[in-house]
Design a protein around this ligand. Structure first.
Ligand code: GLC
Length: 612
């Protein structure tokens, strides 16, 4: 299967460039005649062979080096032949706009094009639920909600929309989707998983098709299946911890989504920080080179995680031994945000001393260059600003609203849903009127934040619109003022935003006291109450549930909160089903289908309005 839907036209500019190079003196070390690697009519393999023959060791080492944008500039991209740059979570140019991003990308790209061989660079971000670093971009539900939708076509469409919003900014490498299989909901990255059984992340690898241009859209970026391997299976749900599991469980539970991603032609795979039975994945040659590249036949780029090689020896910073161990394990691009000059020097030493074979360096470069040719980067290196109009546009927001509606899971409904237009409705809870809280982590900043961090529709705004002009909707986050005159109440509560290990929870997984008090005030007024839970995972609601008339798992819906109201008012029938088992209490974790434990709600549970 084609890895990318490469646009089949070759702009005249590209052909003129080849001609110009032929006439005006091709890059140094050129062979006789036309510069083959610049000829878009040639097979990618031939272009890679020709370019590789022309490259010096330093040019090859630069291709394997990925600094963070704050620690490199365009001149250094030229001088050190840098092959890619990343934005870590929330690392954005100023202004943080499509134009600001495109200007930043183009400036760095021109640095790459100023090198003798003019090898264009790739730029990577974590667009994990839309192009979430960019203010104004469409923010889709996090993966756990997409898993609840059970809709691979939706995942593909989200990938295509995300690729278009990325293209508007020049960014062409997405460190997504996470195809992790979450086995312990205490893990701070539970919401980045499509679900607890391998079939769910495997099914949602359609997002890769959308991102890489096989979804029929116009834009194509490099997708990344992450994190290889077993990041969701660590003991205690400890982020970056140790997956102490058999090879059989590793292969049966955690490997299938990567197998499917490779089958779909995913362009890159990111290595996990975690360990498998005490061996850091970043140095696990057997799994990276043996299993992923060998057995699965993965021909794309293996990229490290952020400073991932620093963790190999358990001490801070990295050494030549760690550099050599990571590259020899099969890592092709090293995400080395700050000390990238030192990385290049140590890798050069390791190659010159024979510790890292030149064949490994050439294999890494072959993989990198193949993806750059497949992305059309040699012909179209600069940002395609024509996509800017679509960034955060009505079409993508409508898609996101549909995704929100499809992801809602109704867990309890004692004749309180759907709400009726024109009713008198009381809304409470700190998550009701806050785009930042309903979007969660990886939104504008790495950890996310409360408040109007980016344009969107809050759940309360959605309720007000859905209730109609005749309705009377009152909001008080603490539930103060609720009385018997109200037909129903909606309490929107949940978790504060977090990302990665900051979201690991070792507590009782219960709701915050303020949320419970707001709900109790409504109940004291004897108003039927529906609790809408905005969270990245199941929480312990067992003791409270009998006092509630309804419960909806909303997950982390993103900017289009109206999708929640669509379900609350029956404008969209609830179709969502649990992508993870819902525990009775935190002590049941890890709890998964088939483990013999008795959950509050099983995997796959979800009510429709026909279940009233
Ligand atoms: C982070 C995450 C990874 C992300 C990378 C770059 O630490 O583990 O998922 O892609 O760094 O931001």
């Amino acid at each position: 299967m084609c890895c990318f839907r490469a646009r089949c036209r070759f702009p005249a500019a590209a052909l003129l460039a080849v001609l110009a190079l032929t006439v005006a003196g091709a890059p140094a070390r050129a062979g006789a005649g036309a510069v083959r690697y610049l000829d878009p009519a040639l097979p990618v393999r031939d272009r890679v062979d020709d370019l590789l023959d022309r490259m010096t060791l330093d040019e090859k080492l630069g291709q394997m080096t990925q600094p963070e944008r704050r620690y490199v500039d365009a001149q250094e991209v030229t001088r050190y032949r840098i092959g890619s740059v990343l934005s870590s979570g929330g690392s954005a140019p100023s202004p943080n706009s499509a134009e600001g991003w495109a200007d930043m990308y183009d400036a760095l790209q021109r640095g790459a094009l100023a090198t003798p061989l003019r090898i264009p660079l790739m730029y990577g971000v974590d667009a994990v639920h839309g192009h979430n670093n960019v203010v104004g971009a469409t923010i889709f539900p996090h993966n756990i909600g997409i898993g609840a939708s059970r809709d691979p076509g939706l995942a593909r469409a989200i990938g295509a929309a995300t690729a278009e919003e990325m293209a508007a900014t020049g960014v062409n490498w997405d460190f997504a989707p996470c195809v992790c299989v979450v086995r312990n909901d205490r893990w701070g990255r539970t919401y980045e998983s499509f679900g607890e059984i391998p079939a769910l992340p495997a099914a949602m690898t359609t997002m890769i098709d959308g991102l890489q241009g096989d979804g029929g859209g116009g834009a194509a970026v490099l997708a990344t299946a992450k994190h290889f391997l077993g990041d969701g299976g660590t003991a205690g749900g400890d982020d970056q911890g140790d997956a102490r599991i058999s090879e059989e469980e590793l292969r049966e539970v955690h490997l299938p989504p990567f197998r499917e991603a490779v089958r779909r032609g995913v362009g890159s795979v990111m290595v996990s920080y975690s360990s498998w039975n005490g061996v850091k994945m970043h140095r696990n040659r057997e799994l990276i080179s043996g299993l992923l590249k060998g057995e699965l036949g993965f021909a794309g780029i293996v990229v490290s995680d952020y400073n991932g090689i620093d963790q190999i020896d358990g001490r801070s910073g990295f050494t030549r031994a760690e550099v050599a161990a990571a590259v020899n394990a099969g890592i092709d691009v090293v995400m080395v945000p700050t000390r990238w000059k030192e990385f290049i020097a140590l890798l050069r030493e390791a190659v010159q001393d024979g510790e890292v074979p030149m064949a490994r360096i050439d294999d890494a470069n072959r993989r990198i260059l193949t993806r750059k040719f497949a992305l059309d980067l040699f012909e179209r290196p600069l940002a395609d600003r024509g996509y800017a109009r679509g960034l955060g546009g009505a079409a993508h927001r409508a898609l996101a609203r549909r995704a929100v509606a499809e992801s809602q899971v109704v867990l309890k409904n004692d004749r309180v849903l759907p709400l009726d237009e024109g009713e008198k409705i009381f809304v409470a809870g700190g998550h009701a009127n806050d785009v930042g809280l309903q979007s969660g982590g990886w939104t504008i900043t790495w950890q996310g934040a409360a408040g109007p961090t980016t344009p969107g529709t809050t759940i309360l705004q959605g309720i007000r619109r859905a209730a109609g002009p005749a309705a009377r909707v009152t909001y008080d986050r603490n539930g103060t003022g609720a009385d018997r005159s109200y037909d129903a109440a909606v309490a929107v509560v949940g978790e504060k935003p977090y990302a990665e290990y900051h979201g690991d929870r070792t507590d009782d997984l219960r709701l915050d006291r303020a949320d419970l008090e707001a709900i109790d005030r409504i109940r004291a007024a004897r108003v039927p109450v529906v609790v809408v839970l905005v969270s990245g995972r199941p929480l312990d609601v067992t003791a409270e549930l009998p006092k509630w008339d309804g419960l909806v798992a909303s997950w982390l819906p993103g900017t289009e909160g109206a999708g929640v109201a669509d379900v609350l008012f029956g404008d969209a029938d609830p179709m969502g089903r649990l992508p993870v088992t819902w525990p009775r209490d935190g002590d049941q974790e890890p709890i998964n289908r088939g483990d013999g434990k008795q959950p509050l709600f099983p995997l796959g549970f979800g009510l429709t309005y026909d279940d009233r």
